[in-house]
Each structure stands twice: as structure tokens, then as C-alpha cells.
Design a protein around this ligand. Structure first.
Ligand code: MLT
Length: 410
């Protein structure tokens, strides 16, 4: 008899975005004529930049000729891409990295989900609340979180760091010792950022407690304001305690193409029960070489083209397009009397539901009355209840239309 991994049974319901898709399909079955606007899952709508497409074509052509064909690539990614990442994303910010500290992968979602495998099951983990659900669900699957308390909407062994209106959506340091800390800035879902001084407190905490910061920077390309750190490694000492996840998905339209990268400095250490230190970089390399065979060659060639002069110009245009959507949503909602956060350095707008309405109730009302889809804040954690997330990744036309409908039909 095959026994189930009982940790999976601790997960309530389905994955957040699958549940939303289910509700939309149900609604469409009974309302086939409804013209639905999707501002729920953060999926991009602009096509891949021309420079990326051109490079991808070249990569595909190379695969079709015996002289240039490539089979298995290096599991951690081709150096031509890694070198460009270091040169463009890190060196200009004063961050020195070596080639073997950057790991190319098929997505920040899979990397943030998989990375926890390197840690003992008894580590105490901390997450912000609200939080991107992948960090929590992947740790549940691993058996690190205890049981789900459906009254609280929280797991018994996770330390939750509330991000509320009272603290400006910025997490405070944990009151009890934690070992693994997930941080995402610019934040999904609230769209808020941390300053260098604020991030420094987390680095200091991690150094004092020998904890690890798992820093998700998937939205760094959306930072507009000066002085907001783009990488945790801009903070002194972070090389000893942090891992950073980055992605081409939101910055260059790769959600359907799949390419991301994770930075694991060689200075980061984890310990065994006797206190002996191990290199996290070596462990991640061991994990990736065993379980992953790399991102396809044409996709890595395409990703490298993001860093060409035209590639950079083209992705900036796209990011500006989405950030104009963010402004339209933010200012439109404010004008309609809603309280909103984010949307300045991030493609997400976090709004308070009217009259303390539950977030799933607001989801249903918005879908039924306005045919607009967003993401219920409660899906991101207990402190997301009473909030709602809209993404700026829609088309301009749909974004304008959605705000108009919210103003007139809600
Ligand atoms: C989101 O909507 O939060 C993101 O699109 C999910 C993801 O990137 O996996």
C-alpha cells in the first residue's frame, strides 16, 4: 500500500490562483456572455521584446545545425548569460559576484519553492503576512509548518510577521528566534518596499542569529524611486546570510517562456547539529545538478538579449507601460474613495475592501457586478483579509475599462 505524504493533507483547498481560475470558469459557465477582465494573477500581457525574439530565433537555428547543436547544458546555466546578469544587475550597484554564485533556472516560483529542501525540517520559518503563498505551501509539503488552524488561517509552527496599515505594511523583526526568513520586496502582494536602513536590520538580525534570508526580488525592475535597494546584496554583510531570487518573467515578459536566476553567495553557511558549517552554494549546486537539467539553450540566448542595448530599451518601455497602468488603477481607486497601497515601485495595487467586506466576498461581487477579476487578500494570509490585489499587467484598454466599471458598478 502506497502511503501518502501526509504533509500534503495539511494544505487547505487548492493553490490560490487555481481556486480563482476555478471560480472564473464556474461563473463563465453560467454567464457565457460576460466580458471578463482579468487583473488577478500577475501574468503579463505585452509580447516578448523584439530583441528577445530575434535572439531566440538564432538560438533555435543553431539547434537545427550539427555544428552548432547543443545537448545538455550546464545545470546551473550558460556562462554567457550569467556574465551578463552580473555585469548589468549587480556590478553597477557595487555588488561583486562570481559566476558560480548565480544559478539559472526555469522560474522564481520553482526556486523559492525548492530552496527550502536544503534546510532541516525543524527550522523555524518566518513569513510576512500577507505573503506569496508558494513560500508557505512548499514548506507545508516539507513538513516544517505544523497543522493549519482554520480559525486563525495560519499554521501552528510558522512565525507570521504582520504587514498591516498600522505598521505601513512593513514587517517588524520577529520577537522569537527564527531560522529561515522569507522577504519579498518590492512586495507581492502589497507593492510596498523597504529602505536600505530597514533591510539592514534584517541582515543584522540574520547575522546575529545565524538565520538565512530568502529574498525574493522578482519585482525589482519596477522600482521607480531613488534610494530603494534593488538587491539585498547592496546591504553590507548580506553575502553571509542571504539568497536572492530574480526572474525574467515580470521584467521581460517570460511568464510563458520561463527563465529566472538565484544568487547563492559562497559565504552563506548552514550548520549541522554539531555546529559544523556547510556552504549553501555547494548544497544548491548539488541539488540542482541532481534534480534539474537546465533551461533550454534558445531561452537562455533569448534571456541574454534582454541585456543588449535594444533589449534594455524595449523592456523599459514595457515596464513603463505597466507602471502607467498601475498609476491609472491607484489614482482611479483613490478618486473612487478606496484606500490603496503599492503601485509606485511595484506592479501590484493593494486596496482595502469597502465597509470591511471580506476579501472573497469582494471578489465575488466584483466578478458578478463588474466582470473584473482580482485576487482576494485573504488568499495571501490572515492579515490579507479585508484587502484585495489588482495587477497592473493587463492591457491599457482593459485597465481603463476595469477602473471605469469599479467606479460605476460597485
Ligand atoms: C502572482 O500573481 O502573485 C504571481 O503571478 C504568481 C507567480 O509569479 O507565480
Amino acid at each position: 500500500m502506497a502511503l501518502v505524504n501526509e504533509n500534503y493533507l495539511k494544505l487547505p483547498g487548492s493553490y490560490l490562483f487555481s481556486e480563482i481560475a476555478r471560480r472564473i470558469n464556474q461563473f463563465k459557465a453560467t454567464n457565457p456572455e460576460a466580458d471578463i477582465i482579468r487583473l488577478g494573477i500577475g501574468d503579463v500581457t505585452r509580447p516578448l521584446p523584439p530583441a528577445v525574439i530575434e535572439a531566440m530565433h538564432k538560438g533555435v537555428e543553431e539547434m537545427g545545425k550539427a555544428e552548432t547543436f547543443r545537448g545538455y547544458g550546464p545545470e546551473q546555466g550558460y556562462e554567457f548569460l550569467i556574465e551578463k546578469i552580473i555585469e548589468h544587475d549587480f556590478t553597477p550597484r557595487g555588488v561583486e559576484l562570481s559566476v558560480d554564485e548565480v544559478f539559472i533556472s526555469d522560474g522564481a516560483k520553482s526556486d523559492t519553492a525548492n530552496f527550502q529542501e536544503l534546510f532541516g525540517v525543524n527550522n523555524i520559518m518566518a513569513v510576512t503576512d500577507p505573503v506569496y503563498p508558494v513560500y508557505v505551501d512548499s514548506n507545508v509539503m516539507a513538513g516544517r509548518t505544523g497543522m493549519y488552524d482554520s480559525d486563525k488561517g495560519q499554521y501552528g509552527k510558522i512565525v507570521y510577521l504582520p504587514c498591516t496599515e498600522a505598521n505601513g505594511m512593513k514587517p517588524s523583526l520577529p520577537k522569537t528566534r527564527v531560522d529561515m526568513i522569507y522577504l519579498c520586496f518590492p512586495n507581492n502582494p502589497t507593492g510596498m518596499t523597504l529602505s536600505k536602513d530597514e533591510l539592514k536590520q534584517w541582515v543584522n538580525y540574520a547575522r546575529e542569529n545565524r538565520s538565512i534570508l530568502l529574498f525574493d526580488a522578482a519585482y525589482e525592475g519596477y522600482i521607480r524611486e531613488e534610494g530603494v535597494p534593488h538587491s539585498i546584496f547592496e546591504i553590507e554583510g548580506a553575502r553571509e546570510v542571504a539568497v536572492e531570487f530574480r526572474s525574467f518573467s515580470k521584467t521581460a515578459g517570460f511568464t510563458g517562456t520561463r527563465c529566472a536566476y538565484t544568487i547563492v553567495p559562497k559565504d552563506v553557511k548552514v550548520y549541522d547539529s554539531k555546529g559544523e558549517a556547510y556552504s549553501l552554494n555547494q548544497l544548491w549546486l548539488r541539488r540542482q545538478t541532481t534534480k534539474f537539467n537546465g533551461v533550454s539553450y534558445p531561452v537562455q540566448v533569448a534571456a541574454a538579449a534582454v541585456f543588449s542595448e535594444e533589449g534594455q530599451r524595449q523592456i523599459k518601455e514595457t515596464i513603463n507601460y505597466y507602471m502607467e497602468n498601475a498609476r491609472i488603477i491607484r489614482e482611479g481607486l483613490q478618486a473612487a474613495g478606496y484606500t490603496v497601497f503599492g503601485g509606485i515601485n511595484a506592479p501590484y495595487i493593494w486596496m482595502k475592501t469597502p465597509n470591511t467586506m471580506g476579501s472573497w466576498e469582494f471578489f465575488d461581487k466584483l466578478m458578478t457586478n463588474a466582470h473584473v477579476i482580482g485576487t482576494p487578500g485573504a488568499g495571501f494570509g490572515a492579515n490579507g483579509e479585508g484587502y484585495f490585489r489588482l495587477t497592473a499587467f493587463g492591457t491599457r484598454e482593459n485597465t481603463l475599462q476595469a477602473i471605469e466599471r469599479i467606479k460605476t458598478r460597485m
